[in-house]
Ligand binder design. Structure first.
Ligand code: UDP
Length: 406
């Protein structure tokens, strides 16, 4: 497992010393993370690296994944879509399923005493167990709450309001709440299997594995097969590009354990791609980090054409690899992409196609965006910056509790 010292060469001495200094004050503190999936999606991706590094810094970081049946995850997926503003059909039974599953998890997960750090809406009602421990409770929202469905948000909000503090990714996501709100952007790990440097031969091996032509420029979107990631929109944009420039499209991604819709969307995408041998739809099993790394590195342009997006870790991943990125101007993607400087933002299928064409034609421009993008990620979206923000957050949380840490 990669240790903190190995980040020194990438982020500099000062960053590492700062982390050590801050963590001294938190030594031994239990930080219990609770989320709803161990694999798939950005939250699990971050926890897999954050937890070991917090431990290395002397914090007793733990991670519980809440358990739920198919019904529960159907409901939470509906909540997820509704919180992103989609119209969904919800019954009273859906709300009671949500609460019953929470209750079962409260019986199974023992709650620690220092800090309980709950991620996203699925486990939000775990706060019902508040009286069982002396912990400070923090809710970390990773999704875009700028225009939520009123009914679902008011239900979720009734739990959020019982926390001590909340954390959002971007100012526009932060709803009005009676508790403290902090802004913390997510991050990627530059040394993980998914982001580490790869040799040309390692990249070629992956392209051969998936029968991808190494001569033709690749446009790639790496995402779970989720409607909100708009894979069909990516195919439309690719078709517009293809009229003028010969290229291929890679749509690669798996599912997340807490997303029951993935299979259906994958089948739709496969149906749409069937007639074109230059569209590679690659369902990836979890743990395909090396493959994702290679596909991102092999791409001439990386696309993230989401209709709604929390942060869009895939954008940081691509920028870190020096890739020109075309992302829709939603969610946290404008935090990563300063249009014309660190990438290009699109607002429609036609806009995405126009930008992809430009990047395929103008190599110098594409390289400049990639270089700037990598620096932007180095400054703002690496794991070490995220760790520092979390340490400060934990220190602040403790500060409200009498003499606990400071
Ligand atoms: N990812 C993955 N396998 C897949 C699809 C995505 O490992 O099949 C990773 C992707 O590389 C990124 C994360 O999952 O690190 C997705 O995070 P993002 O913020 O882009 O979207 P989310 O899935 O959380 O909505």
């Amino acid at each position: 497992m990669v240790g903190l010292e190995e980040y020194r060469a990438i982020v500099g001495d000062e960053v590492i010393e700062e982390l050590r200094l801050l963590s001294e004050k938190l030594s031994g503190t239990v930080v219990q993370n609770i989320n709803s999936t161990a694999v798939g999606g950005g939250v699990a991706e971050i926890l897999h690296r954050m937890v070991p590094l917090l431990k290395e810094l002397g914090i007793d970081a733990r991670w519980n994944v809440m358990k739920g049946g198919e019904r529960f995850f159907e409901v939470t997926k509906k909540f997820h879509n509704a919180l992103h503003g989609a119209a969904v059909d919800l019954s009273e039974k859906d709300f009671s399923t949500f609460l019953e599953t929470t209750q079962q998890n409260l019986q199974e997960i023992s709650l620690s005493d220092d800090i309980i750090f709950v991620h996203d809406p699925q486990p939000v009602a775990m706060i019902k167990g508040r009286k069982r421990s002396k912990a400070r409770w923090i809710w970390r929202c990773h999704i875009d709450l700028s225009a939520p469905d009123g009914r679902v948000w008011s239900f979720i909000r009734s739990f959020v309001a019982q926390y001590d503090a909340s954390v959002f990714t971007a100012p526009s996501f932060a709803r009005v709440l009676p508790i403290r709100r902090y802004l913390i952007a997510p991050s990627i790990d530059p040394l993980s299997e998914k982001n580490k440097e790869l040799s040309e031969s390692a990249i070629e091996l992956v392209l051969r594995k998936y029968d991808i032509n190494q001569e033709k420029p690749i446009v790639a979107q790496i995402s779970r097969f989720d409607r909100l990631k708009d894979p069909l929109g990516v195919i439309e944009a690719y078709r517009l590009v293809k009229r003028r420039i010969d290229c291929q499209l890679v749509l690669a991604g798996g599912g997340a354990a807490d997303d029951p819709e993935g299979e259906k969307v994958l089948r739709e995408v496969e149906g749409e791609a069937e007639s074109d041998r230059d569209i590679h739809v690659l369902p990836l099993p979890s743990g395909s980090d090396l493959e994702i790394n290679a596909l991102q590195r092999a791409a001439a342009v990386v696309v993230q054409k989401s209709i709604k997006e929390g942060f869009g870790l895939t954008v940081s991943e691509a920028l870190w690899k020096g890739k020109p990125v075309v992302a829709s101007a939603v969610g946290g993607m404008p935090l990563q992409i300063n249009h014309g400087n660190t990438g290009l933002l699109s607002h429609s299928v036609e806009g995405a196609a126009y930008h992809i064409r430009k990047l395929l034609r103008d190599k110098e421009f594409a390289e400049r965006l990639g270089r700037n993008g990598r620096e932007h990620v180095r400054q703002n979206f690496l794991l070490t910056r995220h760790l520092k923000d979390y340490l400060l957050l934990f220190l602040l949380a403790g500060h409200h509790q009498e003499n606990l840490y400071l």
